[in-house]
Structures are given as structure tokens and as C-alpha cells.
Design a protein around this ligand. Sequence first.
Ligand code: SF4
Length: 423
Amino acid sequence: MGLIRVEQATCLGCGCGCDDVAVRIDGGVIVDLTPPCPLARQWFGDGSAGDRVLVLGRPAEAAAAIAEAARVLAGARGRVLVGIGPDLSSQAQREAVAIADLLGAAVDTATSTTAAAGLLAAQRRGRATATLGEIRNRADVVLFWAVDPGIRYPRYLSRYALDPAGTHVPEGRRGRTVISASVGGARGPAGADLSLDLSAADEIPALSVMRGTVAGNPLGELSGALQGAAEVARRLMQARYAVIVHDGEPADESGPAQRAEGLVALAQALNGPTRAALSTLRAGGNRSGAEAVLTSQTGYPMAVDYSTGVPRYAPTVRGLDRLGRGGFQAALLVGRTDHLSAQSRSALGGIATVVIGPRATATAGARVAIDTGVAGIHEAGTAYRMDEVPVPLRSPLRGARPAAGTLRELLSALRSEAGPVSA
Ligand code: SF4
């Protein structure tokens, strides 16, 4: 195998879902990427993926493992949790949801804990948002709220929000006003035109002051920090198109639950005096795709329960940590599992667990583990960017077992094993 260059691969290293990545492969190993995004290098790695199949920790044939998985899961029907992890195509996610439906299972995603505040706020209030392309072409005032995208979303600034020339912002960065709001230890980007420094305690009052300013409400006497918030609100009102950028999945989950609600409400209020959108940064691995697939198949983006035979929304009992609270006899984890908390991991030892996904065999305590390829590296299909725009996935490397096909085989085996769902 000689040197191969695959153009326009899609990276799922973060939710930007950049589809302009060129991958150089030598001897079946990824040796270089352009553009040189550090997170993309980490996500693609050298392209190696596990190719093992284990049943009770011992090597097995894939067909025997799928038969054992079907037997275990069918035996626990009605008491199964299906967890959809990162690095699956949406085609594979669809198979997982179909399995949950057949098993009368609860089904949840890797981000139903971290992203839930934003999802629930949007369900309560609606949401003024925009595609990344619209932000690139129109945003002339950009407020970064407690996030510097350069760290976890490395090309967000250069591709969308700051540097590029847009159809309505032809001067690029020079045509944009950048406002950096830091909250406690969560810093906004450096080099902003206007900065706002808030303590954690001042954050929610500041968002209220900003919304009140936009609404034209009398605000009385304000502290220095809150006066700064009012000033930022006035600058946003002068924008032709304002964008507020925040992290939908903060790494330390330190922000208050009301932050998302306050930002959703502020973006909505700004659509009175000007146009405005909220841009929610989302992590990679097609996490947004899991919500899109669940929504299209059940009507809900997370925390769905099929135990009554129809999809039921149970957002107050979301998350995979509930494995540790009992009530489940088996779990099917699809996709990567390295996001699981220590609590969830220890709970896996007490129930029959089937893991299907990239490096599944590294998950301790699984009854059945089947390694598959990584969506976008070994498996083509569709994934969703952070702005919920679907992008095609290429498969620069071949050879690894496909996750979508493996889950389809499991679904077929379950249909034989469990029979049709009774009314
Ligand atoms: S910004 Fe994100 S999606 Fe784009 S190349 Fe870097 S890691 Fe990949």
C-alpha cells in the first residue's frame, strides 16, 4: 500500500464537523492531516481501531457474539438501557433506536446530562439560532459568553465567527465587533474589542440586566459589573446581526443551569431591536446527530422510554448514571464508552452489558464486546454539525467492522429471538 491522499474528509473531533480535511495515508496508517488542527490530529490519530470480539472476556466469532448479545438483551426486555455514545454515524444511531424500540428499553445519549440545560430551555422558550454559514456571512457583533472557542473548537473562529469575510461582512475580522464575557474562571477569547468580567454570582443578574436593557425596562442603580453588562447589551442592540456564542457542553459543567435559559432569552429579546442568534458550541463524535435521530424517530432529543410500547419523554430521569441506581437488568452501549462516569462503569459490573462500537473491547466487565470502526474514519454515512446541519462522512480507511452493519445484524437477531412487540 503506497501513499494515498483523501480529500474532503469530515472530522468529528468537535462539533464544527469540518468537511475540508485532507488525510494522508501511508501503508494503511494516517500520517498527516491538513489543515493542521490539533484536535483533529488527536481525533483521527493514526487511524488504528480495534478489531476484537469478546464474549465473557474470551475471543469469539462475530456471529456467536451477536447471538449471545441478542439472547441476553431479549431476556432482559423491558429492563434494558440503550446508551448512544459518540463516534457513530446517524445510520448506526438509527439502528440503536430501533433496537431500543424492539426491547421496550430506555434510550439516552452521551450528552443528555451536559447538554440538557440548553435542550430543555429551548423546549420551554423556543430558540433563535442560525447555521454556521449564516453566522459567517452576517454576524457583525459577536459576544462570546464564558467560552474561548479556540480551545475545544479550534477552527470555529477561523471558519465561522471571527476571521472569514462574509457576504454581509466583507472585511472579515475588521468588520466585526468582538465582545468577550468572562464568568469566574471561564474566560472569553483574548483580543476582544470590548470585555466584560463577571463573578460567578453576578452571571444570572447580568443576563437579567441585559435582557431588561434590551426591553427598555428601568433598571435603577447598578453595580459596576452590571453597568458593564448593560453597556454590552446596548452594543448588541446596535448590531446589524448579533451572535451570542456559548458552550453547550462545558468541560467542567461549572455554569449554572439558568445560564442557557438566560442566553436563549437574551437572543430572543435582541430580535426586537435587531437580528440575533444564539450559537451553541457542541462537542464532536456526532453527538448532535444522536439528538436529531432520536427526535426524528421518537419526537424527543434524549431520555426516551419505550417501556410502555410507545416513546415516552422522561427528561427528569435522564443520563447514563442511572445505571448505578438499579432497575436495569441489561445495557446495550453503542459508540465510544470512554465518556462514562466512574459510577456508570461500576454499575456495568452488576448487569449484563453488551458494547458495540469503537474500542468496545476496552470496556471492562462487558458480557459481549464487539469492536467497530469509527464513523468518518472507517465508516461513511451522515453526521450532524453543532448547528444541526447534516454533513456526509467519508471513510479514508477501510477494513474495520462497520457499526451500522453490526447493529443491523443484532436487530435482525433480536427480531428472531424476541418476536414482534405485543400490543
Ligand atoms: S475544528 Fe473541530 S471539526 Fe474542525 S478540524 Fe478541528 S477538531 Fe475537526
